[in-house]
Design a protein. Sequence first.
Length: 385
Amino acid sequence: MSQKRIAIFGSTGSIGTQALDVIAANPDLFTAEILTAQTNDELLITQALKFNPNMVVIGDEKKYLIVKEALSHTEIKVFSGEKALEEVAAMDCYDMMLAGIVGYAGLKPTLRAIEIGKAVGLANKETLVVAGDIIMRKAMEKRIPVIPVDSEHSAIFQCLVGEGRNKIEKIILTASGGPFLGKKPNFLVNVKKDHALQHPNWSMGAKITIDSATLMNKGLEMIEAKWLFNLTYDQIQVVVHPQSIIHSMVQFEDGSIKAQMGLPDMKLPIQYAMAFPQRIANDFPRYDFRKPGTLSFEEPDIKTFRNLALAMEAMKQGGNMPCVLNAANEIAVYAFLRNRIGFLDMTEVVEQSMAKIPFIPHPTLEEYFETDGEARNFAASLIHM
Ligand code: NAD
Ligand code: MG
């Protein structure tokens, strides 16, 4: 494999730092050419000095001079602001974007990368939740691969390698169940952010950790899977598997089921996406079937974890409804993280936003942007932020 030049969008996050670990471990295979961060100037500077990229972007314009000054003795170009993310995504200096920004903010730069024909390793699931039809259509037009980084979708992608046109009967998305598996509303009503931020199996950014606790993450992942693998609503099943060893499964039309397994470690799907179709040797810990242990499975409790039911509903309705769900959820999660609303209030905010924002069956990109803005404003008005 020739050396691949990677652009890491969101390099200071959980995905971004692990992607840099993969690059550091495989310097003959990868270089980091673009690094971007929203606020963490210190880490961005450290990363830039270590990996010597072509350019960096610091989202927060107040930090531009700090970063510029710290890198002034290098050749590294420094940009700042939201627009710069899209401009840099259109540059020629890289081969693959690793889309590791969290939330709606990742949509425009990712779209830009696809438009100019760059391969994308996609961690930022919100991009597909908001505008999956447009993203996948553009990727088809440009004949560029969108390779999932999300562990469940990487699992499905890996199960499909070599299957050609063989039909999928359904996919089985596994869910850990999060820290509150088995709990009921009378418990959840009192949950505070410190408890919700403790995920049993994965260490991730704050937003996705809260989404995992509410099961919204699995709802977003159903919508992500729909677009990535061109599936219908009834072809996607969620199963709770608390050990997170089976990362997801595909059932084909002959009834045969393939699973991809391993210990939970995001570096594996990250390096798989970056090196695809090659696999890279590593010394990550291995799962050992000889050790006593159980792999268990159960149905998700969507009566308690209503966010998952709302995401299913949004997916069934289609149009701009998943975009509304996502925008309202982002507002709700950040309000919860600031102790402004309770755990169960997050669901209320999403549900009321879905009822309020006008439905558009076939939105244009512009209408997705407008829907996002409207849903955010309405959700924020419910919280009085
Ligand atoms: P994180 O919060 O740890 O990192 C987010 C990154 O995005 C940071 O580098 C931050 O600077 C940047 N960022 C945040 N807001 C921004 C904005 N408005 N504009 C530009 N950049 C911004 O998040 P994470 O856990 O690394 O998750 C990143 C994405 O990957 C999310 O979409 C998440 O759902 C997905 N994902 C993460 C994991 C995981 O293990 N962390 C697993 C599967 C999928
Ligand atoms: Mg996942």
